[in-house]
Design a protein around this ligand. Sequence first.
Ligand code: NPW
Ligand code: K
Length: 474
Amino acid sequence: MKLAYRVDQVRAMEEAALAADPVPELMQSAAAALAAAVSDLLRRRRGSVYGARVLIMVGRGNNGGDALYAGARLADRGAAVTALALLGEPHPAGLAALLAAGGRLVDAAPEELAALDVALDGVLGIGGRPGLPDDVAQLAAALDGAGVPLVAVDLPSGVDADTGAVPASAVRADLTVTFGVAKACQVIEPARSRCGELRVVDLGFDPALATDALRCLEPSDLATGWPFPGRSSDKYARGVVGIDTGSPDYPGAALLGTYGAVHAGAGMVRFLGPDEAGDRLLSLLPNVVRADGRVQARLVGSGWGDRPDGAEVLARVADEGLPAVVDADGLRFLPERCPSHWLLTPHAGELARLLDRPRAEVEADPLAAAHEGADRTGATVLLKGATQVVVEPGNASATIAVPGPAWTAQAGSGDVLAGVCAALLAAGLSTSDAGAYGASLQALAAAEFPGPVPPQQLATRFPTVLGRLEAARR
Ligand SMILES: NC(=O)C1=CN([C@@H]2O[C@H](COP(=O)(O)OP(=O)(O)OC[C@H]3O[C@@H](n4cnc5c(N)ncnc54)[C@H](OP(=O)(O)O)[C@@H]3O)[C@@H](O)[C@H]2O)[C@@H](O)CC1
Ligand SMILES: [K+]
């Protein structure tokens, strides 16, 4: 599992490290690792560092200082390094080091950008506000357009370091060399995609100083945490899911959720939704049971439309006390306070309606919106979208699912996912793990396809992915 941190947490870790070590030491370690990463890139692209043309875009803070010190190291290895100060006076000691090593300070970008071998973005780091001055944005875009590899120092300038938002212009990097620990913007879209490849440089920070880091799942976490059945597991050990989804207008939601639950390994699915959907479902999946009986988790809400008895159904599910996934239209009928063993699975629009705020606000800061949703409802929230984040009420941490291809953003994906999560709840996982593992499985399955694939077909790939994960655990 990867961990990622907010700026205040990074600053706290930095302060503790600084108490043990003077600033220049920390900055020199950062610069040395940055220079090594840029050297690797240059060797891969042109064979050597010697003679490479390097442009450094420098702001006026320590981020620019890192870039200048790294530039000095590259100049020592024979690179032709040019620094362009973009926000005023650059870091004085860093600049002195660069000049002493034979680098140059210029006041305009070179005419022929395409002749550059690499550019370093040392404009803004964790002290930056989102957005870039116009001239900086234009230069970054021109470098990108000219095909010059861009290495971001700590993070791509212009992104919001804590939310992952890109509200205005920001650098698009090929490689980001980040210091101490990963930052939230490196794991939350759309900033995540601006980072390119990510390298985290160990500066000896103590992660124990920040207890509520973002937990970013990796496939190996699924391998260890997925509830694979044992040799003696029966269908109840695997879990029985009771599904009441779909409506005459939206029968597909019922089929898709059931596909999700069955292919994610549910021991049994009891389909308790409308007859129209149930009849179609049986012709596709005859293993589904239509009779009520013992159930270990419920799935409700997908494809309900304006179901008139939605509130009563949710009240019954709450009284029963079983873990439950409440999806889609079901989210309109939530009680004032939900049971803590419920998992809500809204997309940004549904969470916006729940919180009574514009969708754009949820999309601009999905993490904060998910926290607000969980705290207000009392249930765990899996917020779906480009970054799938799971948040428990009263817990400042959050879990981010394994990222997947953008093709999963399509009608029906959410219905399948709700079924997967319900199967995981029935197998005994916590609401948080059920949400995060479910979203991760869907992402891993989607990554198996070269392009778009209907959600039900994607579900049929779950067994292949799960088989691989189970084998990896042995
Ligand atoms: N501390 C340590 O030990 C270590 C730190 N390290 C490095 O330090 C970095 C953080 O450095 P930092 O705190 O100096 O902030 P940084 O991001 O360089 O820039 C702030 C400057 O930019 C300005 N500014 C802000 N936004 C702006 C905008 N949109 N448009 C225009 N201007 C804007 C702002 O000016 P203001 O307008 O606020 O007066 C201020 O002058 C960190 O990311 C890492 O690289 C590593 O060496 C490891 C050791
Ligand atoms: K930067």
